[in-house]
Design a protein around this ligand. Structure first.
Ligand code: NAI
Length: 323
């Protein structure tokens, strides 16, 4: 049988991790014959809770389970990791300044970046903890991991947009393809359906453009906040599913079509500068992603793409000033 892959997960005692661990161990992400070893990191006060999570990883009794450890030491968590999923971050609490939250996250991702040096040289990283795109940029500069191996999660936004179009059109979700999330995983993100189809027809020909350019965009942008308002907790089941989709497609390939991923590019695509982690349409094959280049961009899209770019540049500047 195959040697296990080692998956490091930060924020291992949190709510996304609780929904994420079962599908990682079931074989639906890394393949049906690929054993998985989990290395879960959380902070010291969460160690008792984390030990319970480790017990449950055993009790799932999945045949691909190749061990799980819980630790508060990043060096232990990232040792020999093939994959690293960063859920743990410092959330913004009521009354806190953006700068103070950023300062905490700069501290977390800077020190976890140095501990990543103990991971496998080809370690693939996915940053989920918010502000995800800028945390990914901090991690990239602190870790020395090649930028193509550091991504951030915008697949949840992508899935939300896809599902929303399907429901509005009365179609199955897998009949919708080609939606794109551009930019930041924040309320400035631009969910774009200009290249999307539903049941083979252009979404622009099926659904009203005032809905597509208005309510659709703002609903996707504010979906995370709507779920927090309703649940008093942020999305976890759908976030875990999106993480699985992102990692599975990156590792096993996208086949036809493309998905949205927060990635670093060389500055030559869609006017996105190097250095920021910006969500773009990507295809994956052989464990590598490439940007789907050359899609025509109209003025409406250009303005929305530039707005979210400006926010990311500003966030990165703030983060750098706190390093
Ligand atoms: P949670 O609060 O339930 O869990 C976070 C866990 O991280 C906690 O157990 C906490 O102790 C741990 N943690 C905090 N600092 C840490 C550190 N320095 N090292 C290791 N562990 C640390 O939060 P939840 O719901 O699991 O969400 C995790 C993150 O994902 C949040 O930042 C949330 O905003 C973000 N998120 C991002 C989404 C995206 O689409 N990019 C979607 C949904 C959530």
């Amino acid at each position: 049988s195959k040697a296990p892959v080692v998956v490091a997960i930060t924020g291992g005692a949190g709510q996304i991790a609780y929904s994420l661990l079962p599908p990682l161990l079931s074989g639906s992400v890394f393949g049906p014959d690929q054993p998985v070893k989990l290395q879960l990191l959380d902070i010291e006060p969460a160690m008792t809770a984390l030990s319970g999570v480790v017990m449950e990883c055993e009790d799932l009794a999945y045949p691909l389970y190749a061990g799980a450890v819980g630790t508060s030491d990043p060096m232990v968590a990232f040792a020999d990791a093939d994959y690293a999923i960063f859920l743990g971050a410092f959330p913004r609490k009521e009354g806190m300044e953006r700068k103070d939250v950023m300062e905490k996250n700069v501290g977390i991702f800077n020190s976890q970046g140095s501990a990543l040096k103990g991971a496998k040289p080809g370690v693939k990283c996915l940053v989920v903890g918010n502000p995800a795109n800028t945390n990914a940029a901090i991690l990239a500069s602190a870790s020395g991991v090649p930028k193509e191996n550091i991504t951030c999660l915008t697949r949840l936004d992508h899935n939300r947009a896809r599902a929303m179009v399907a429901i509005k059109a009365g179609a199955a979700v897998d009949a919708v393809s080609g939606v794109i999330i551009w930019g930041n995983h924040s309320s400035t993100q631009y969910p774009d359906v200009r290249h999307a189809t539903v049941e083979g027809k252009k979404v622009l020909d099926v659904l009203a453009s005032d809905w597509l350019e208005g309510e659709f965009v703002t609903t996707v942008q504010k979906r995370g906040a709507a779920i927090i308002a309703a649940r008093k907790l942020s999305s976890a089941a759908s976030a875990a599913k999106a993480i699985c989709d992102h990692m599975r497609d990156w590792v096993q390939g996208t086949g036809d079509g493309f998905v949205s991923m927060g990635v670093f590019t060389d500055g030559s695509k869609y006017g996105v500068p190097a250095g920021i982690c910006y969500s773009l349409p990507c295809k994956c094959a052989g464990g590598e992603w490439t940007v789907v280049d050359g899609l025509p961009i109209d003025d409406f899209s250009r303005a929305a793409m530039d707005k979210t770019k400006a926010e990311l540049e500003e966030e990165l500047e703030l983060a750098k000033s706190l390093l």
